[in-house]
Ligand binder design. Structure first.
Ligand code: ZN
Length: 689
């Protein structure tokens, strides 16, 4: 019989996650990994990381940048590799057991994180270094690393008195409970309603795919007929296509009063409490408002800047939005509708107007976007702009036969990165598309450790007779994720935590969204977008239709996004607890952007999970911010040529290589020569007078 300790040791010796990988470029040894390796690997790696951190704390020498901040950065490397592999696979190639392990590992990692951020001895060392930062001769990236390290302690309450620390802990614990409860209430209210239809005539106007989905929902609930719910995939098509105005109204009213029905799931009081606690927390940490606290670590920096940003866009789009409204009203009247259109009429008549005007259909476009051709086009773009070569290498281990692994080289033949591409849906993969890494770029003992980057998508799979043909949306998704991947692959930083996509939250979508712009350029499309059967090029008029359809009701949609951003900022710039009723506060905040007549009992706030449960608090503006950045950055390519070498070099050197090593506004200005303006976005969306 072996003892437990022996057993652990035996496992560790054989655990590939705890051994040197001995693979090409030190890539993850996927075929060797088994579910039973993860938990012991996490336990061992956390133990190692703790010991490494303790060694930093116990260092008898005076704290210096090198023996404290830089030394901390170097701890826990094995843990971060294991973490990367496990959580990436848990998204892309999971199984029940892995999900179970994830549940077990999450609290272990949370506790480990707390052990660091609440460690007073460690903070004392970091603070000692931070206080002499002006005397230290640090590079810009080192200053950023020091600042990040110090701020992550301070923003978690490390500088507070013992009493205040206790209040801080209570506030954050209470906030996480309330956020969860808010979310659960929204979910309960979403699930509590169903529109159950049993007669064929109640389905008037609905396309087959909508009927089929509703019939499936009914069958799953053991009911006859068709069921529509408040879930987006059911709700949105019903509002778009149903000819039955009475039913649209019924569904709309149900959807818009979630969390506002004075029942056990009501969120109004929770909103009040959340806002109050966030304000208390901000004040405890020395900020005027919650927005001031949040924005300090963002590119936008201050509430005033966000306010003027939102207002500038609002002034520009309001007249266009009003015009969009007038057009839909007129179109509805011309098509037999009497009276003023209500909120439940908007999507319905908009859809019909859009069809009447552009009438282009996804299926017409898809044959020109065979996946292999699109990939070739995107690699070609990366070669033109950044001089990158992609070579598939089957010797690099992958975690599923669908995954392809590439070695990426620059034009001097130097190895730049490993890139995994995983395109097709399967049951073990979550939905959506994302970029991630298995290893970030950093420099260790003078060696530039190149990154291992991955793109995961859910594109249409090829069949025996047809290749994978992408929709236009999927083409832009590919470019988007590839843009993130370039940010990861081209990184030339010194520290992992400041490299690649480790940037401020409202800056991270610049490389991804900017690269989407090429999808609208004939010059680029001509290089690869040919019909998979006839070889004919994508016709120019189809490209024009795609662009026009994209800008349809741009004014209306912009106003809508701005209304959410403004509501978010209104709540989080309050300097006192909310006293007036939520409905009244919301009505006031949304008044400037209001287009359609308000509906009794309808409330945005009580279901606004983004800001009350989702981390977008004082951050909803970032959707528009990212668009402004990408359009503004791309306008330089448009001016100088979409393949202009100097512009691409500048984007690479000033943005893609720099990661989060400097403040994003500094990086951006270096590329652009000035701060971003809203002009290019307005121009691109057709919102310029
Ligand atoms: Zn993105």
């Amino acid at each position: 019989m072996k003892t437990n300790t022996m057993d652990t040791k035996t496992i560790n010796v054989l655990n590939p996650l705890l051994e040197p990988f001995n693979t090409l470029h030190d890539t993850a040894p996927f075929p060797k990994l088994k579910n039973e390796h993860y938990l012991p690997a996490f336990q061992e790696a956390i133990k190692q990381a703790k010991a490494e951190i303790q060694a930093v704390i116990d260092n008898p020498a005076q704290p210096t940048f090198g023996n404290t901040v830089e030394a901390m950065e170097a701890t826990g490397q094995r843990l971060s590799i294991i973490r990367g592999i496990f959580f990436n696979l848990n998204s892309a190639e999971t199984n029940d057991e892995m999900q179970q392990i994830a549940q077990e590992v999450a609290p272990m990692l949370a506790e480990f994180g707390n052990d660091i951020s609440l460690n007073e001895e460690l903070f004392a060392r970091v603070k000692a270094v931070y206080e002499q930062k002006d005397q230290l001769e640090l590079t810009t990236e080192q200053q950023t690393l020091l600042d990040n390290s110090y701020q992550s302690f301070v923003r978690n309450g490390a500088n507070l008195s013992a009493d205040d620390k206790e209040s801080y802990r209570q506030i954050t614990a209470e906030l996480s409970k309330l956020g969860l409860q808010f979310q659960q209430n929204v979910l309960a209210e979403t699930n509590a309603f169903e529109l159950h239809l049993t007669r064929e005539d109640e389905l008037a106007g609905l396309p087959d795919f909508v009927r089929e989905a509703a019939a499936l929902t009914a069958r799953q609930k053991n009911k006859e007929g068709w069921i529509f719910t408040l879930q987006h995939p059911s709700f949105i098509p019903f509002m778009k296509y149903s000819d039955r105005r009475d039913l649209r109204e019924q569904l709309f009213r149900a959807s818009s009063r979630k969390g506002n029905q004075d029942n056990e799931y009501d969120n109004k009081e929770i909103i009040r409490k959340i806002l109050e606690l966030k304000l208390q927390k901000a004040k405890l940490l020395g900020y005027k408002t919650h927005a001031d606290f949040k924005l300090e670590r963002r590119m936008a920096e201050t509430p005033a800047k966000v306010a003027s940003f939102l207002d500038e866009l609002h002034q520009a789009s309001k007249p266009f939005a009003q015009n969009d409204l007038a057009e839909v009203q007129q179109f509805a009247n011309e098509n037999g509708f009497e009276g003023t259109i209500e909120r439940w009429d908007w999507a319905y008549y908009s859809e019909k107007l859009k069809n009447a005007r552009y009438g282009f259909n996804e299926e017409e476009v898809k044959p020109y976007f065979q996946l292999e051709n699109v990939a070739r086009g995107i690699f070609g773009l990366a070669q033109k702009l950044y001089k990158l070569e992609f070579k598939e290498n089957k010797q690099i281990d992958v975690y599923h036969p669908d995954v392809k692994a590439y070695e990426v080289f620059n034009n001097q033949g130097e190895f730049i990165a490993v890139l995994y591409m995983d395109f097709f849906p399967r049951e073990s993969k979550r939905s959506g598309a994302w970029m991630t890494d298995y290893r970030s770029q950093y420099v260790e003992k003078g060696v530039n450790k190149r990154p291992h980057i991955s793109i995961v998508c859910n594109f249409t799979k090829p069949t025996e007779t047809k290749p994978s043909l992408l929709t236009f949306d999927e083409v832009t998704t590919f470019l988007h994720e590839f843009g993130h991947a370039l940010h990861g692959m081209l990184s030339q930083c010194r520290y992992a935590s400041t490299s690649g996509t480790n940037v401020y939250w409202d800056f991270v979508e610049l490389p991804s969204q900017m690269h989407e712009n090429w999808a609208y350029e004939k010059e680029w499309l001509d290089q690869f977008a040919v019909h998979f059967e006839t070889g004919e090029k994508l016709p120019e008029e189809l490209i024009h239709k795609i662009v026009a359809a994209k800008n349809f009701q741009a004014g209306y949609f912009q106003e809508r996004q701005l209304s959410f951003g403004m509501l978010d900022m209104a709540y989080h710039t309050q300097q006192e607890a909310l006293r007036e009723p939520v409905a009244q506060f919301e009505a006031k905040a949304m008044k400037p952007t209001e287009l359609l007549k308000p509906v009794d009992g309808a409330l945005m706030s009580t279901a606004f999970s983004h800001i009350f449960a989702g981390g977008y608090d004082a951050g909803y503006y970032s959707y528009k911010w990212a668009e402004v950045l990408d359009a503004d950055a791309y306008s330089i390519f448009q001016q100088n040529g979409i393949f202009d070498q100097d512009t691409a070099d500048s984007f690479r050197q000033n943005i893609l290589e720099k990661g989060g090593s400097e403040h994003p506004m500094v990086l951006y200005k270096r590329f652009r020569g000035q701060e971003p303006t809203v002009d290019a976005l307005l121009e691109r969306s057709g919102l310029k007078k």
